[in-house]
Design a protein around this ligand. Structure first.
Ligand SMILES: *Cc1c(COP(=O)(O)O)cnc(C)c1O
Length: 355
């Protein structure tokens, strides 16, 4: 059985839209896409009068090298959010199929499922925020087509051991696609599981340039998976998903100089994460800091609402995650520059000394 047998039959059968750029490439005089023959003002040689390559060759090549997969195993899109949406639409029949998630976790999986009218089955993380693999497997029914696992998890920050991913892959073979969201893996000690794609056609890995690569504004994210899954998703993807300026920004970040700068900032974030964790634990209003392998800390407060308002009054916006299960007393604080992090500590310290 192929993993594609799990996908919606009508998507597998449909004739995808064939864009002008797909039907013919090359040539010097381009009169096949009703574009303007003139570059727009301020174009600076970018060529924005032309539709972009649906999957820009240079970007695909650079990202495949970075992530250690073959080009046909990679799909670039508008952030990994787009890949989540494409997966749900390709695999879940509205009103019939389901996804499985482990709250507290990233909200987009459930949102995309609800838009598609797919059921969301929840198997909560254990009290120590580890994955309950036995409970997950017990919750799998034939309607569950996608299992999302976020590692390191947002908003708790904890990573999932590779052995758990391998066990899930084996148990889910022929039953469901395992989608491992590695949005924060660059900040973690453990590496990616993308090397398992060759041996497991039911593995999909999400990567993004929004976090460690400082490109949240350019919206560049990837799905790494079996070539058949990638080809299937391309059938339902928008014809020209990637704006030329965004592709140029991504290529600049992936240049040797760009990568060196990003790695420097990565080292700063990791060092600041441990010093912030230690400093937070010294603050009287702080009950606990969850261990984090990402670029944020989930912090438990005696009064999280008051801490949130004090920070906000000082111009510092953090994420109130009290609505998430098991995090009713927590705020999620992104690691910023050393100066920004010090301001957070100063504000919370002041609050503690003069309540
Ligand atoms: C930030 C984040 C993403 C990234 O989304 P993009 O659309 O690539 O910006 C994906 N998954 C998780 C868990 C995140 O926290």
């Amino acid at each position: 059985m192929s993993v594609l047998d799990l996908a919606r039959a009508e998507i597998r059968a449909m004739q995808p839209y064939s864009s002008a750029r797909m039907e013919a490439s090359g040539g010097q005089v381009l009169l096949n896409a009703n574009e303007s023959a003139w570059a727009p003002a301020g174009d600076d040689g970018l060529g924005c009068n032309r539709y972009p390559d649906p999957q820009p060759a240079a970007l695909v090549e650079a990202l495949a090298g970075l992530y250690g997969v073959r080009r046909e195993q990679l799909l670039v899109g508008r952030g990994s959010d787009e890949a989540i949406d494409l997966l749900v639409r390709a695999f879940c029949r509205a009103g019939a199929d389901a996804i499985l998630i482990q709250p507290p976790t990233f909200g987009m999986y459930a949102v995309c499922a609800r838009i598609q009218n797919a059921t969301v089955i929840e198997v909560p993380l254990a009290d120590d925020f580890t994955l309950d693999v036995d409970a997950m497997l017990a919750a799998i029914t034939p309607t569950v087509k996608l299992v999302f696992v976020c590692t390191p998890n947002n908003p708790s920050g904890q990573g999932v051991p590779r052995a758990s991913i391998e066990r899930l892959l084996q148990e889910l073979a022929g039953r469901a696609l395992l989608v491992v969201d590695e949005a924060y893996v660059e900040f973690a000690d453990g590496g990616s599981v993308a090397d398992l794609i060759d041996d497991h056609d039911n593995l999909a890995v999400l990567r993004t340039m929004s976090k460690a690569w400082a490109l949240a504004g350019a919206r560049i994210g990837c799905l790494l998976a079996n070539a058949g899954v990638i080809a299937l998703l391309r059938r339902i993807m928008a014809p020209y998903p990637l704006p030329l300026p965004c592709v140029a920004a991504a290529l600049a970040v992936l240049s040797p100089a760009g990568q060196a700068a990003a790695r420097e900032h990565l080292a700063v974030v990791r060092a600041q994460r441990s010093s912030m964790c230690a400093a937070m634990l010294q603050l009287p209003g702080v009950r606990a800091v969850l261990p984090s392998e990402a670029n944020f800390l989930a912090v438990r407060f005696a009064d999280a609402g008051a801490a949130y308002r004090r920070l906000l009054a000082a111009g510092i916006v953090v994420r109130d995650v009290r609505r998430y299960p098991k995090l009713g007393d927590a705020l999620r604080i992104t690691i910023g520059t050393p100066a920004e992090n010090k301001r957070v500590l100063d504000v919370l310290q002041e609050a503690a000394s003069c309540p």
